[in-house]
Design a binder for this molecule. Structure first.
Ligand SMILES: Cc1cc2nc3c(=O)[nH]c(=O)nc-3n(C[C@H](O)[C@H](O)[C@H](O)COP(=O)(O)OP(=O)(O)OC[C@H]3O[C@@H](n4cnc5c(N)ncnc54)[C@H](O)[C@@H]3O)c2cc1C
Length: 126
């Protein structure tokens, strides 16, 4: 299948989402492609999950440092399986939510590795 668009965005992270929506709002035909689940590093593997994981480690670190200095209580620990389950509650819905957002906006979505065939042509997957 060959499709011609005004703009093909490679990558569904923050850097790809903004121009895709902006160009679509301006009336361009737009497609977006990702070789990994939609959402990019920040939402799936970076900023957001990092904040929660680092937050739990910080909490534990501060608890240990402040023990006997005005902080007391039962032994605090990280429940790793529970923490990861919590992380997944906000990372797992991302790919589907993002793809639906593009569909609603009229942005065509593709999955696979994007490669330039020539200056005007990009092949997705095989
Ligand atoms: C652990 C960690 C924590 C972070 N914490 C923060 C933070 O707290 N604050 C902050 O501002 N930034 C943070 N960052 C940085 C932030 O995640 C990145 O700056 C941001 O995600 C970059 O966005 P992007 O859209 O350029 O790239 P990405 O979000 O990485 O998206 C690129 C997408 O393009 C796809 N892609 C690439 N090449 C192709 C191809 N040829 N074909 C198809 N798809 C392709 C990839 O699969 C990927 O999904 C963190 C990063 C990491 C790793």
């Amino acid at each position: 299948m060959t499709q011609t668009v005004d703009l093909l965005v490679i990558g569904t992270g923050a850097a790809g989402a903004a121009p895709a929506y902006r160009a679509r709002r301006a009336g361009w035909t737009v497609a977006i492609v990702d070789k990994r689940p939609y959402g990019g590093t920040c939402a799936l593997r970076g900023c957001d999950p990092k904040k929660v994981l680092v937050g739990a480690a910080d909490l534990l670190d501060w608890y240990r440092r402040m023990q006997g200095r005005g902080v007391a209580g039962e032994r605090v620990h990280v429940d790793w399986p529970a923490l990861i389950r919590f992380k997944r509650t906000f990372t797992e819905p991302v790919p589907q939510d993002r793809e639906q957002g593009y569909h609603h906006a009229g942005v065509a979505t593709f999955h696979g590795l994007a490669r330039f065939v020539d200056a005007q042509t990009i092949r997705v997957g095989e």
